[in-house]
Design a protein around this ligand. Structure first.
Ligand SMILES: [Zn+2]
Ligand SMILES: [Zn+2]
Length: 177
């Protein structure tokens, strides 16, 4: 009755018999990462990520530009023609996903750790500019912030569009396909 006790390689005081299914390292429940291909250690998951994340600086620039410009155009159009709220939600989902998809195609589907965040942030920035274009064109310059605030509260349609587009573009970049 002598069973050899085994311990986590990161936490030597924690008994465990779990092993990484790639490198066979012993790991405790805190060190385990559950992946679609089974339990892996953090090191193996990171190595896998490094192979997956191949985007460079230029890809980020392309993604930011595509997302900001298209989001700006979409919100400017919506602000002009006043689409009913329900329909707006309905079109925001495919438009957000579509913008992300275009960004992926233009960068040969290279992903980076920051791709999703950059896409969402660019959609928000471009969308805000697109929303404010009619106001700026009335004033001929960037209006006082108090007026901008009032204007945005009265134009929640485009803002809603921006939020939904950013969310779905973010999700699209997080998907590994
Ligand atoms: Zn491993
Ligand atoms: Zn551990």
């Amino acid at each position: 009755m002598s069973e050899q006790l085994t311990y986590c390689e990161v936490h030597p005081n924690r008994e465990t018999s779990l092993r990484c299914n790639k490198c066979n390292r012993l790991m405790c429940p805190d060190c385990v990462v559950s992946t679609p291909v089974g339990y892996r250690c953090k090191q193996c998951v990171r190595q896998q990520d490094d192979k997956f994340f191949t985007a460079g600086q230029n890809d980020y620039v392309v993604i930011a530009a595509v997302c900001a410009i298209l989001s700006g155009v979409a919100t400017a159009i919506v602000g002009q023609i006043g689409i009913p709220m329900l329909f707006l939600i309905f079109i925001a989902i495919p438009v957000g996903g579509g913008i992300a998809e275009l960004g992926l195609r233009l960068t040969k589907r290279r992903r980076g750790r920051q791709s999703a965040t950059i896409a969402a942030a660019s959609i928000v920035i471009g969308g805000l500019i697109g929303t404010l274009v009619p106001l700026i064109s009335i004033f001929g310059e960037f209006p006082p912030l108090s007026i901008v605030g009032q204007y945005l509260m009265g134009n929640y349609g485009p803002l809603l569009l921006v939020g939904i587009m950013a969310f779905f573009a973010y999700s699209r970049f997080k998907m590994r396909a």
